[in-house]
Design a protein around this ligand. Structure first.
Ligand code: LLP
Length: 389
């Protein structure tokens, strides 16, 4: 049973006793197994898997990804520098984002990164100008907004017409023509990313259909692309992390193998973030106080929304486990953080074994968008990290 403390023993509590809480705890064996699974499933196919650094840019995790040959999906100059420091090879880097600043474009060109995923005409013109000044050619993919609803939280859906991302399909032919005519641009492909935490395969199948249609359309005009990039977005099981330590990668890659008509010599690029790292990480925190009000009990943790903002920002659910309590009795608590915001709540009405001051609590599935979204609001300290084994 999850959420009742029966998972105790998995975590090295003795080691934790020496640590300042809260901290992120990463299971490196699981990370290695996850990368291995992806490598096995893509072997023999012209697939290139990029890791989306935004999910977690902890230098130790980045080194693991880079040393196992993954590419990097970047959204800022800071991520580009972190990727270089971790040893990712520049020609396997793709730089996305609707608002790349000039210095970020220059940095990418200086290091001759594999691709800029371009989101608008003004951006394309700017990249062409900067590349011209630097005497470089920018390799570019146009990000297409395919107008597909990914059926996920509205804050993490990106591929519908009302989102700020990409170029609409109607405008695409003109943008492609424009790119071909620019002297310092090499148009290598099309890029898509329809959203995040997508747990059904239908949106990905619709994406494949949409790409097939676009490719056929462009072929009528003798326009061919070297790469197709389908972004990331594969979701994970936040309710039962131990049952699903990895998402069903076989099913996911199977969708593209079956439904996407890649042309000969064409590469298919992926940008996986959450699905690679989410289940590897837990946020380990201690109970500061157990407080009773008229008809509620609160467990007050030393971790707050500054260390894991997903529940406050997206009403996201993360499994909460008391990893020290030996009690057989369960009680109902609101589990909250210490930050001065009413939204600093990890869970309402959460069943936990009787919990006391000093107990260790694990917030699960925090490897993605936990550490990378941490802040120092309230002048709090950023948590450290521990790597198991
Ligand atoms: N590629 C692009 C262009 C993206 O915008 C994203 C994520 C990814 C790849 C990686 O997507 P993933 O495989 O991780 O779903 N902070 C939110 C998630 C925001 C995702 C933003 N874009 C959360 O905590 O749920």
């Amino acid at each position: 049973m999850e959420g009742t403390g029966l998972n105790q023993g998995v975590y090295p509590i003795d080691r934790f006793e020496q640590m300042r809480t809260p901290f992120y705890c990463y299971d490196m064996d699981l990370l290695h197994d996850t990368i291995k699974e992806i490598k096995q499933l893509t072997e023999g196919y012209p697939y290139v898997v990029h890791y989306a650094l935004k999910a977690n840019a902890n230098p130790r995790l980045l080194k693991e990804m880079a040393s196992r040959g993954l590419g990097a999906d970047l959204v800022s100059g800071g991520e580009l520098s972190a990727a270089l420091a971790a040893g990712f090879v520049p020609n396997k880097m793709a730089f996305s984002g609707v608002g790349k600043a000039d210095w970020e474009i220059r940095l990418g060109l200086e290091h001759e990164i594999g691709c800029f995923n371009v989101e608008s005409v003004p951006e394309l013109e700017n990249i062409n100008d900067i590349a011209g000044e630097m005497g470089k050619t920018a390799h570019v993919a146009i990000r297409v907004n395919p107008d597909i609803d990914a059926h996920t939280h509205r804050y993490v859906t990106t591929g519908t017409a009302e989102n700020k991302f990409g170029v609409s399909k109607e405008m695409l032919p003109d943008v492609v023509t424009l790119a071909h005519d620019m002297p310092n641009i090499h148009l290598s492909g099309l890029h898509f990313h329809i959203g995040s935490q997508i747990t059904q395969m239908e949106p990905f199948i619709m994406l494949c259909d949409s790409i097939n249609e676009l490719q056929s359309y462009f072929e009528m005009y003798d326009v061919h692309f070297e790469t197709i990039n389908v972004g990331g977005g594969l979701g994970i099981d936040y309710n039962h992390p131990d049952r699903h330590l990895m998402p069903d990668f076989e099913h996911y890659f199977g969708v593209f193998k079956k439904h996407l008509n890649l042309r000969s010599g064409q590469e298919l690029h992926f940008e996986l973030g959450r699905s690679l790292v989410a289940q590897c990480g837990s946020l380990i925190t201690r109970v500061l106080y157990v407080k009773e009000n008229r008809d509620k009990k609160f467990v007050i943790l030393d971790a707050g929304m500054t260390d894991l903002i997903r529940p406050a920002l997206y009403e996201a659910h993360h499994l909460i486990q008391n990893i020290t309590s030996a009690s057989n009795e369960c009680e109902t608590y609101d589990v909250v953080g210490p930050v001065c915001e009413s939204s600093d709540v990890f869970a309402h009405n959460c069943q936990l074994p009787t919990t006391r001051r000093g107990d260790f609590i694990a917030l699960r599935s925090v490897g993605a968008y936990g550490e990378s979204m941490a802040s120092t609001y309230n002048m709090r300290r950023l948590p450290g990290s521990v790597f198991l084994p």
